[in-house]
Design a protein around this ligand. Structure first.
Ligand code: AP5
Ligand code: MG
Ligand code: ZN
Length: 214
């Protein structure tokens, strides 16, 4: 199964991608997670990416495309993959098309998780992420068993730097300008399926699995 998870910031891409990756035993590839790991390790890439991420802007295409192409060429992607947060611009989508063509493979589905802006701004205030393993929680909709502690690795839960309301609003503007055109792009290729991301987390997962099939 070769999938892309598309959607606004906070639509639930990461939450759903993890569940879908577990269900189909495919790697979950999140460009946001790759950048955050690089920031944590203070790599050159991380330092460059951080200046954009903190402002709610996209990291330039040339810094993203090669990372994803390299990742897709690793052995564990032979059975498929789910891309979360990539592509995010038309040039990235075209670069991905070329990379897939060279690898002689095609996408199965592009899953568009649809959530209106108002719901997103409310949602983001409640998000918490594990500072160690990156697992995502929500104080109300997906609370950890113990306050401020990750269920998986017992790491401390923190609020992401870019989840301040003003940065979330900027990320939403950037989404509408640069990422939303991908809905049209993948509709024309007849690869897009859309799910209602405002429903319960479990219901969204069920709907995606129903669309993809066993
Ligand atoms: P990235 O990490 O990809 O962030 P994002 O797209 O802004 O999306 P989020 O991770 O914030 O949200 P999500 O959709 O994964 O939602 P989640 O499941 O966490 O990118 C960060 C930055 O990196 C970008 O701004 C950019 O600078 C850079 N970057 C990354 N990729 C790039 C690229 N390709 N090109 C250029 N730059 C790039 O859910 C959100 C919250 O809601 C959680 O608390 C969750 O528990 C809760 N929740 C989830 N589903 C539901 C539901 N159904 N009901 C209620 N609550 C829910
Ligand atoms: Mg995410
Ligand atoms: Zn953890």
């Amino acid at each position: 199964m070769r999938l892309i998870m598309l959607g606004a910031p906070g639509a639930g891409k990461g939450t759903q991608a993890k569940r879908i990756a577990d269900k189909y035993t495919i790697p979950h590839i999140s460009t946001g997670d790759i950048f955050r790991a690089n920031i944590k390790n203070e790599t050159e890439l991380g330092m460059k990416a951080k200046t954009y991420m903190d402002k709610g802007l996209l990291v330039p295409d040339d810094l993203v495309v090669d990372i994803v192409a390299d990742r897709l060429n690793q052995r564990d992607c032979d059975k498929g993959f789910i891309l979360d947060g990539f592509p995010r611009t038309i040039p990235q989508a075209k670069a991905l098309d070329e990379a897939l063509q060279v690898m002689d493979i095609t996408l199965d589905y592009v899953i568009n998780v649809d959530v209106p802006d108002e719901a997103i701004v409310k949602r983001m205030a409640g998000r918490r992420a594990c500072s160690v393993c990156g697992a995502t929680y929500h104080l109300k909709h997906n609370p950890p068993k113990k306050e401020d502690q990750c269920d998986v690795c017992h790491g401390t839960l923190i609020q992401r730097d870019d989840d301040k309301e003003e940065t979330v609003l900027k990320r939403l503007t950037v989404y509408h300008e640069q990422t939303k055109p991908l809905i049209d792009y993948y509709t024309k290729k007849d690869e897009l399926v859309t799910v209602d991301g405002t429903r319960d987390i479990d219901l969204v997962t069920e709907e995606i699995i129903r669309l993809l099939g066993d």
